[in-house]
Design a protein around this ligand. Structure first.
Ligand code: PSU
Ligand code: MN
Length: 321
């Protein structure tokens, strides 16, 4: 941070609550090792993914700043042994803007969501005088289905609106109401760019043509130019989203995603799972329903986003304010 090297923030709720803690037991072993030759198939999926993302960032010439709460303390830039400890800690939950203070108070460990990791950007600025400008994740949180009955809207959106960081994601998790989420991004004043696409990316389902479109950029450096103009002349304290669609060949057919989603939703409703536990429940149910295909797609997009975020960070290094 002090010499202005490119830094990419990485969230860890995906490590503690988004991916399985077991080794690879689904189909598609070859796909995984093709994606990442250094992936240990016996190792826990969540830890292997976290390690792979860090490797991707470094390979692209940036520095990963993996954010978590460890034993009641903020940790930004986890050491390898800390990452392992976090990934294996079954008591580690997920912490967002509303739960971080409680985690610090109780001395517990938690992975930070997108909103939690964005808050770390402000801390880094206070400590180092520079703020990182890029964060990589799989899919941001959003507006959950049935929002008119229970408005479960991820705090990711609110914090993105007030943090000057470009969040690189495959758009929004497909387990949420994609159209409603796209509308909320608009209302909150968060510019949405799409890398090589005018359609709104929606995680493992590719892009959603029903949602209002996005601003197409052809490269990471074009996205960086737009972010810089936004911060210099429009909103110095607001965030942007750079959506990266999952390559067509890995996209799950819309009908499969839809059906798996519906069953995951019913199971969450039957089990009465809501609040922060809803996303982990839906994700693990989706993996079961699709025989691991949703997991492969999820891993693929997380790694792809880490690469795009690193290239973006090289165009948008941390600046002194
Ligand atoms: N996308 C994934 N897996 C995840 C998440 C997103 O593929 O686990 C996490 C992110 O950390 C995101 C969080 O910030 O879910 C949103 O949770 P909620 O809807 O409870 O705000
Ligand atoms: Mn929620």
């Amino acid at each position: 941070m002090s010499d202005g090297s490119p830094v990419v923030l990485l969230e860890t709720a995906v490590t503690t609550r988004g991916l399985p803690r077991e080794g690879w037991s689904w189909q598609g072993r070859d796909v995984i090792t093709d994606l990442e030759p250094d992936w240990n198939l016996q190792g826990p999926v969540n830890l292997e993914l976290a390690r792979s993302m860090s490797r991707c960032v470094r390979r692209e010439g940036a520095i990963p700043a993996t954010v978590a709460i460890m034993d009641g303390r903020w940790r930004i830039g986890l050491e390898p042994d800390e990452l392992e400890q976090l990934a294996q800690d079954e008591t580690a939950g997920k912490a967002s803007i509303t739960s971080i203070a409680a985690a610090l108070h109780s001395g517990s460990s938690a992975g930070t969501t997108v909103s939690g990791a964005l808050i770390a950007a402000g801390l880094m600025k206070r400590v180092t005088g520079r703020a990182p400008s890029v964060l990589a994740t799989g899919g941001i949180g959003g507006v959950h289905f049935d929002w008119s009955r229970q408005p479960d809207v991820s705090a990711d959106l609110k914090v993105m609106a007030s943090t000057p960081v470009v969040v690189v994601s495959a758009g929004v998790k497909s387990i949420v109401d994609v159209v409603a989420t796209r509308e909320w991004l608009e209302t909150l004043g968060i510019p949405v760019m799409g890398l090589g696409t005018t359609a709104f990316p929606c995680f493992i389902a590719g892009v959603d043509e029903r949602a209002p479109g996005v601003l197409k950029v052809d490269s990471e450096s074009e996205a960086a130019d737009i972010a810089r103009l936004h911060w210099e002349t429009v909103d110095p304290s607001g965030g942007l989203l750079l959506g990266v669609p999952l390559p067509e060949c890995s996209v799950l057919e819309a009908s499969i995603v839809q059906e798996a989603n519906d069953r995951a939703e019913s199971s969450a409703n039957e089990a009465g799972v809501d609040g922060p536990d809803r996303t982990p429940h839906l994700l693990s149910h989706m993996a079961e329903e699709t025989d691991g295909r949703s997991l492969i797609a999820n891993i693929q997009l997380l790694l792809a986003n880490a690469k795009v975020a690193s290239r973006l960070a090289r165009s948008l290094p941390p600046q002194p304010s």
